[in-house]
Design a protein around this ligand. Structure first.
Ligand code: G4P
Ligand code: NA
Ligand code: NA
Length: 191
């Protein structure tokens, strides 16, 4: 997506060789027009998959997942994060490390909102090591639901998350793929 690449070049801040700050468009301030365009793009790519629910993890995935769910005309479910956890039988939980925050959290979805009849599209803002994504995929599998694919706004291809998920046979589509942040410069795939 050319427009998204432009916004990343203009408003993204390379913090290190590993981390790209996208607070101006994705992780703090949100551009609703751009979100809706990206949601439309994901909806088009997965239109024929019979998606019944879009799933993401709070908080930064919610706006893009909302846009996608709106375009597909299905509900959005965002997994909640909690630092401590009392065992709740109606909740499907997975423990995941957070790359940027350096902490471990539990992500959870109520069994009330995901079942073996669902065809799930997983949507997220950024994929790095893929820990949150792997946790969510486990929850979807434990619910007995079918994961039809994953739509990611920004794939950092120099980290291993996206390809590890593709190697599980899951269809993962990214709107932009970043191959390097070295020298303070954002390099995209196919540049
Ligand atoms: P993930 O690839 O499954 O997201 O797991 P990973 O453990 O690699 O990343 C954990 C968190 O760090 C995620 O946010 C992810 O979006 C964020 N992250 C990873 N790399 C970058 C980066 O280069 N830039 C930015 N801005 N974020 C990055 P999260 O913990 O889910 O938090 P939230 O943003 O949803 O609140
Ligand atoms: Na994030
Ligand atoms: Na996220």
């Amino acid at each position: 997506m050319e427009k998204l690449k432009q916004r990343i070049v203009e408003d993204g801040v390379v913090v290190s060789d590993q981390v790209l700050k996208l607070d101006a468009l994705l992780n703090h301030q949100v551009d609703p027009q751009l979100m809706m365009e990206m949601g439309k793009e994901f909806a088009e790519r997965f239109r024929n998959e019979g998606v019944t629910r879009v799933v993401t993890v709070e908080s930064s995935g919610i706006s893009i997942a909302f846009a996608t769910a709106y375009e597909l005309g299905v509900p959005l479910i965002f997994a909640r994060r909690k630092k401590t956890l009392l065992a709740e039988s109606d909740m499907l939980c997975e423990r995941v490390p957070s790359f940027t925050k350096g902490i471990v959290t539990d992500i959870m979805i109520s069994r009330e909102f995901i079942s073996e009849n669902d065809r799930i599209l997983f949507i997220d803002d950024i994929i790095a090591n893929g820990d949150a994504a792997r946790g969510l995929i486990k929850i979807i599998q434990r619910a007995g639901a079918e994961l039809v694919g994953a739509g990611i706004v920004v794939e950092k291809a120099f980290q291993l998350g996206a390809n590890a998920i593709r190697e599980q046979g899951i269809r993962l589509e990214s709107l932009v793929v970043i191959t390097s942040l070295e020298g303070g410069k954002v390099t995209f795939a196919n540049d």
